[in-house]
Design a binder for this molecule. Sequence first.
Ligand code: FEO
Length: 392
Amino acid sequence: MTLTREIKTGVTWVGAIDWDRRLFDALIPLPDGTSYNSYLIQGSEKTALIDPVDESMVDVLLGNLGALGIERIDYIIAQHAEQDHSGGLKRLLEIYPDAKVVGSARCLDLLKEFGLVDNDSVQEAKDGEMLSLGDKSLEFIHAPWVHWPDTIFTYLAKERILFTCDFLGSHLATSDLFAVDEAAVYRAAKRYYAEIMMPFRQSINRHLARIEDLQIDIIAPSHGPLYGRPEFILDAYRDWASDRVKNQVVLPYVSMHGSTRIMADYFVDALISRGVAVKRFDLTDYDVGELAESLVDAATVVIGTPTILAGAHPLALYAAVLANALRPKTRYASIIGSFGWGGKMLEQITVALPNLKLQLLDPVIAKGRPKEADFKALDRLAEEISVMHREL
Ligand code: FEO
């Protein structure tokens, strides 16, 4: 079977839906699969293809192009070199050997390093440069650090379509070409933002400002559905990438013999009773993407860990390392947990968070089972957090 879907005259989706993929970067769970969107732009004189797909799906792309009777492609626009968009290049160039691969200088360098192109088949796209296809023109907009240094957007001015590659996308396999169920797409797009965009918040804000004045009817990312109502996703990104945080505590915790769990239970109730929202994650059984998503706008993170092998539990350390890499805009952090005979649990968690500009609140560490003084300390921490959050 083949699947092609016309977006506007001469602009056709020819990509692949990956219904079954469940892991990305050997790290990120994909509960809803993903798609590798590829777009065919047919001008009166030339034909361009935006973003070849993941290598695993190149036969799907080639089948779609074959179904449309495409015998010549003049330009393959590589908006980004990561392999989920570039992996199909080599096969594509075998079938369409006259095509020039167009991308930023950084992207072309990376494609060469990956062995996907050679010097003869490339053409640099400079920032602001136009590429004419006859009655259609592509404008290239450099957008580095969304999440690699090489990305470009492609703007079709007359058709008012902006192609954004990873930016504004979502890992969502769906039969909807456009975002119809906006609540579902919002959740998937927020999770996707958290997983790869969040560390580059300042760049995201620059790119949002750069495209602010473009006339856009359709945003066409390279993962997930397109947006026929661009303000939906642009407003969401403006919110996520802003400095605003929400009255919410994220509590990733792990417990070995129950003491830290008793503290987590008590602490969650202490926060809720003070009007603070809580997202709680048992680190022995959780979804990394959901944890990342919860970090997008929570004001506070509290990590719960027992002491093992004279230090923090490795699962808690992993959560701290992950939060540090994702660089959320979290303002406050603390640690709760327990120990039996000693250890460097506090120091280990604290030094794992150097990227975060946090105010550290006094931790609550119980010796053995938590006792009355420990519960009082948890009340004190919950109260401190609720007061801080009222001032947000
Ligand atoms: Fe979808 Fe950065 O690749």
